[in-house]
Design a protein. Structure first.
Length: 355
């Protein structure tokens, strides 16, 4: 079956372009269940005996998560206790556009044969594909497509399976859950895990095992830490690339904090923070006085206060290719050494710390 949509579009040069989009629908896309006696499928990913024990649904069932569940609870989906899950094409497409790392993780789960995760191409199935209605945004259309697919699976397994199988829609969207229940679907939210934590409800026993929970939390903490390291390294790398092409620039900044021997400077234009140290071994000894009550830092005759305006010169120090860094020189105000024999002015060096 072929669906086509034709519309015209005006080009930049003022011409008119006719665009035809074709969408092919098929009726030979199988459900993937080993309990189905109608679909002549070769790869029966979903098990006949689901081996899922839950107080929420005592009957054998398959799970069908929506996009938000995959995005925010992928760590739970990775647990070995979760199996026989239907991942819709709509969900995969949304996850792919929103987060490449989570998309890779869910694809790895699907490729794990022990998990029995089945990908159902609902966007090309004749009975599950839907058009976006007038005034309906993309998110609402995708939620409706997920409910339509869940409804089709429920009716299909009811008539084609040799066992009493159910399909449970997992969602964290209250409206999506309410609409699913109105259409006769079984729908639960992952917020029930909070009720389980306080003893108001029950769930899979393995999910409440303290050792498994500890391992899960450690995994979450590790991934969070690695994500922070990656973010900071990325900021430092792209900052260096930016100033490598910019060359040497002079910019205004503001004193963000004052310390006993340094000031922290913010450059609003670039969103950079750096620290000027006044006890660097490369500089002559300076008279430094820190007042923590105001607070202020007095260097010789120059007083630094919070929100004071300064001018700095920004450049990339690539003298060491393996450890390049952003260097700033304090231009204004000028710090003069009044106790030195010769009259000279120090140029203070400011290094940016992006970690």
């Amino acid at each position: 079956m072929l669906k086509s949509k034709t519309f015209v579009k005006k080009t930049r040069s003022g011409g008119i372009m006719k665009i035809v989009r074709e969408h092919y629908l098929r009726d030979d896309i199988y459900c993937g269940s080993a309990a189905c006696s109608v679909c002549p499928q070769k790869d029966q990913v979903l098990q006949r005996d689901t081996n899922l024990e839950s107080t929420l649904c005592a009957r054998p069932h398959y799970l069908m998560p929506d996009t938000n569940v995959v995005m925010h609870q992928v760590d739970i989906l990775e647990d070995l206790v979760i199996s026989n899950v239907i991942i819709l094409q709509t969900v995969l497409q949304e996850v792919r556009h929103r987060s490449a790392p989570i998309y890779k993780r869910i694809k790895d789960i699907i490729h794990n044969t022990e998990k029995h995760f089945y990908t159902f191409t609902n966007e090309h199935h004749r009975e599950t594909y839907i058009e976006q209605e007038k005034g309906e945004n993309a998110n609402d259309r995708n939620d409706r497509a997920i409910r339509v697919a869940a409804k089709w699976y429920t009716e299909h397994l009811k008539n084609a399976a040799d066992k009493d199988l159910r399909v449970i829609l997992l969602t964290n969207d209250r409206k999506n859950k309410e609409k699913a229940e109105e259409s006769g679907l079984l729908a639960y939210t992952f917020h029930r895990l909070l009720a389980v934590a306080i003893g108001a409800d029950c769930t899979y026993p393995d999910l409440m095992d303290k050792h498994k929970q500890a391992a899960l939390c450690n995994n979450l903490n590790y991934r969070h830490k690695m994500a922070q390291y990656s973010q900071r390294a990325s900021v430092a790398f792209h900052t260096q690339l930016f100033f490598k092409t910019k060359g040497v620039v002079n910019e205004e900044g503001f004193v963000l904090f004052v310390k006993k021997n340094a000031i922290v400077v913010l450059i609003p234009k670039f969103g950079l923070e750096g620290t000027v140290f006044f006890d660097n071994k490369d500089k002559p000894n300076l008279r430094v006085c820190f007042d923590d009550e105001i607070p202020t830092l007095t260097v010789e005759r120059t007083i630094f206060r919070v929100f004071d305006k300064v001018v700095v010169t920004i450049s990339l120090d690539s003298s060491n290719l393996q450890h390049q860094k952003i260097r700033m020189s304090l231009v204004e105000p000028v710090v003069s050494f009044i106790h030195a024999r010769s009259n000279f002015t120090s140029v203070l060096m400011l290094y940016i710390f992006t970690f």
